[in-house]
Design a protein around this ligand. Structure first.
Ligand SMILES: Cc1cc2nc3c(=O)[nH]c(=O)nc-3n(C[C@H](O)[C@H](O)[C@H](O)COP(=O)(O)OP(=O)(O)OC[C@H]3O[C@@H](n4cnc5c(N)ncnc54)[C@H](O)[C@@H]3O)c2cc1C
Length: 479
C-alpha cells in the first residue's frame, strides 16, 4: 500500500467513525479540542485527528472495530484529571481521542444487593449522589470527584480518602463491561461477591490505564450510609508516634476509622497562604498534624465519646500534644478543607516534583525521616511537603524549590530524575511502590521500567500483546 492509499484508507475510516457517532459525538475544531489535549498539570500537550464521543457501548464497539481494521490508535479519556499524563495523546500523534463523557447513565441500583451499575462516563460525584438518594454510600472520594469519571477511576485504580476503611477502586468493583481492542464487547457486569470461575478478568482493566481496552460500564459496591461521624485534628508529639496513634484509634473505636491523613506544618502554612478560608484551629504551629475521622452507620453510635476517650489515652501516652474535635458538621468540613487545600496550594505555588509513593503503614514515618535526610543531604534548602493518606501507607512526598526562589523553578524541575532516584530507591529498599494511586501514564513509564522486576515486565508485555497485538490502545503508556 502506498502512503497516499494508506492515508485515504484512514480518512475513509474516520468518515465511518463520524457516521457511527453522529455530529454530537464528533469534535474536530481546534478550540473545542484544546482542553482535551492538555493534561491536568499542564505538563503534556498532544494532538489527535478528532475527539470521538460515543453515546453507547454499541457505538464504542463499532468505533473500536473500525480503528482496529484501519490501524488507528486510540487514547481513552474520562475527566482528564490524571496526574501522570495518561489521558492525553503525544504531540504529532495521529489517532483519535475517545472521550466517554456522553456515557453517563446510572443503569441500575440494587439497594438489597448493595450495588450500583453505572456507565463509564458517570462523574464520580454523581455516583455518590445516586447512592446517597438510595440511602447507601459509594465510598470512593477524592479531590477531583466533581470532574473525574468512574471509567478513569477504575482505569487508574483510584484511591482517595476512604481506602483505609473501604479499599480502593479495585476493591469496590464487582463487575466490568469492556470493549476489547478488536471491538468485541465483554459483558462482565456481574454483581457477585463470590465468583471463582477462572481468571478474574476485570482486574486486567482496573488499573490498566486504557492500554487493554475501554471500560464502558461497571458494577460497584455500595455500603450502609454513615449516619454519624466524628472528626478531629490532632498534633503529634513526634512524627514517629503516628503509627501507634492509628493502631490505638482503630482498636479503641471498634475499627471505625475512615480517614487518617497526615498534614505537616509547612503544608498547612502553604494552604493558609494560598487558599482563602483555610484556618488552622490549633493554638500552636505544631510540626506534624493528623486529621482523623470516624464514621458509623449506627445513628446511636457515640463516636464523639469514643474519639475523645481514645485521644485522651493518646495524650496520656505521649503520642499527641493537642487536639481539636469538631463540634458540628460544619467544623468537620472545615477541618477537611485544610487537607483538601494542600494540593490546591501546591498548584498555586507553581507545582513541584510529586512522588505518590506507598510503603507498609508501619514504615511510613521511617520513610519520611530517611527520605528527608537523603534529600536534604543532597540539597539542603529544598522544601518537602510530605502529606497524605497515612492510614493507607500512602504519602505524597512532594518537593519544591527553596522558599522565595521561584526564579529557580526551571533549574529545580530539570533535576526531576535525580530526585526521583533518591526517593524511589528508598521506596524500593523499603518494599514500597513508586505509584500508590496515580498510576504510571506517561510520567512514570521510565520509572516502572527501572524498578519493576524483569519477570513482571515480561508478564505485562505478554498480556498486552495477547489482548492488543496491534498496540493501538493508549500506545506508549504504562509499558
Ligand atoms: C485535585 C486532584 C485530586 C486527586 N486526588 C486523587 C486521590 O486522592 N486519589 C487518586 O487515586 N487519584 C487522585 N487524583 C488523580 C485522578 O483524579 C484520578 O486518577 C482519577 O481516577 C482519574 O479519573 P479521570 O476520569 O479524570 O481519568 P482520566 O484522567 O481521563 O484518565 C486516566 C487514565 O485512565 C484512562 N481511561 C479513562 N477512562 C477510561 C475508560 N473508560 N476506559 C479505559 N481507560 C480509561 C486514560 O486513558 C488514562 O490513562 C487527583 C487528581 C486531582 C486533579
Amino acid at each position: 500500500m502506498t502512503l497516499a492509499t494508506a492515508s485515504s484508507a484512514i480518512d475513509d475510516a474516520l468518515a465511518r467513525i463520524r457516521e457511527i457517532v453522529g455530529p454530537k459525538g464528533w469534535i474536530d475544531d481546534a478550540k473545542t479540542m484544546a482542553p482535551h489535549l492538555l493534561d491536568e498539570r499542564k505538563m503534556f500537550t498532544g494532538t489527535a485527528r478528532a475527539i470521538v464521543r460515543p453515546a453507547s457501548t454499541e457505538e464504542v464497539a463499532a468505533v473500536v472495530s473500525v480503528c482496529a481494521e484501519a490501524g488507528i490508535p486510540i487514547v481513552p479519556q474520562g475527566g482528564n484529571t490524571s496526574l501522570v499524563g495518561g489521558s492525553v495523546p503525544d504531540e504529532g500523534w495521529d489517532g483519535i481521542l475517545l472521550s466517554l463523557g456522553r456515557m453517563n447513565r446510572i443503569r441500575a441500583i440494587d439497594p438489597l444487593n448493595h450495588t450500583i451499575t453505572v456507565e463509564a462516563g458517570c462523574i464520580l460525584a454523581a455516583i455518590q449522589d445516586a447512592a446517597d438518594e438510595a440511602d447507601r454510600l459509594f465510598p470512593l472520594s477524592l479531590g477531583a470527584e466533581g470532574t473525574c469519571q468512574i471509567g478513569g477511576n477504575l482505569s487508574t485504580n483510584a484511591g482517595g480518602t476512604g481506602v483505609l476503611r473501604y479499599g480502593n477502586a479495585r476493591e469496590l468493583t464487582l463487575g466490568i463491561e469492556a470493549v476489547l481492542p478488536d471491538g468485541q464487547v465483554w459483558n462482565g457486569l456481574k454483581g457477585l461477591r463470590k465468583d471463582n470461575t477462572g481468571y478474574d478478568l476485570k482486574q486486567l482493566f482496573i488499573g490498566g490505564e486504557g492500554t487493554l481496552g475501554i471500560i464502558t460500564a461497571a458494577v460497584l459496591k455500595l455500603f450502609p450510609k454513615p449516619k454519624t461521624r466524628a472528626t478531629a485534628l490532632v498534633a503529634l508529639a513526634e512524627i514517629d508516634k503516628a503509627g501507634a496513634l492509628l493502631s490505638r484509634m482503630r482498636a479503641a473505636t471498634g475499627d471505625q476509622v475512615t480517614g487518617f491523613e497526615l498534614m505537616p506544618r509547612n503544608a498547612i502554612e502553604l494552604a493558609i497562604r494560598h487558599v482563602p478560608d483555610t484556618v488552622d484551629p490549633l493554638t500552636e504551629p505544631y510540626e506534624f498534624c493528623c486529621l482523623i475521622e470516624l464514621t458509623s452507620a449506627d445513628p446511636e453510635a457515640r463516636l464523639g465519646e469514643a474519639l475523645e476517650g481514645a485521644l485522651g489515652a493518646a495524650f496520656e501516652e505521649g503520642e499527641i500534644t493537642d487536639a481539636v474535635i469538631a463540634a458540628s458538621e460544619d467544623q468537620a468540613d472545615r477541618l477537611w478543607f485544610i487537607r483538601e487545600a494542600i494540593p490546591i496550594a501546591q498548584k498555586v505555588e507553581g507545582g513541584g516534583i510529586k512522588h505518590d509513593i506507598s510503603v507498609p503503614v508501619s514504615q511510613v514515618t521511617a520513610f519520611i525521616r530517611e527520605a528527608t535526610k537523603r534529600i536534604h543531604a543532597d540539597s539542603p534548602d529544598i522544601r518537602i511537603f510530605a502529606f497524605g493518606h497515612l492510614g493507607d501507607g500512602n504519602v505524597h512526598y512532594n518537593l519544591c524549590w527553596p522558599d522565595g526562589q521561584r526564579d529557580q523553578r526551571e533549574a529545580f524541575l530539570a533535576r526531576w530524575e535525580h530526585f526521583n532516584r533518591i526517593v524511589h530507591d528508598l521506596v524500593t529498599e523499603m518494599g514500597g511502590s513508586i505509584s500508590a494511586e496515580h498510576g504510571i501514564g506517561r510520567l512514570k513509564k521510565d520509572e516502572l521500567a527501572h524498578y519493576a522486576a524483569p519477570v513482571e515486565l515480561e508478564m505485562m508485555r505478554k498480556i498486552k500483546a495477547a489482548l492488543d497485538p496491534q498496540g493501538l490502545m493508549n500506545p506508549g503508556r504504562v509499558l
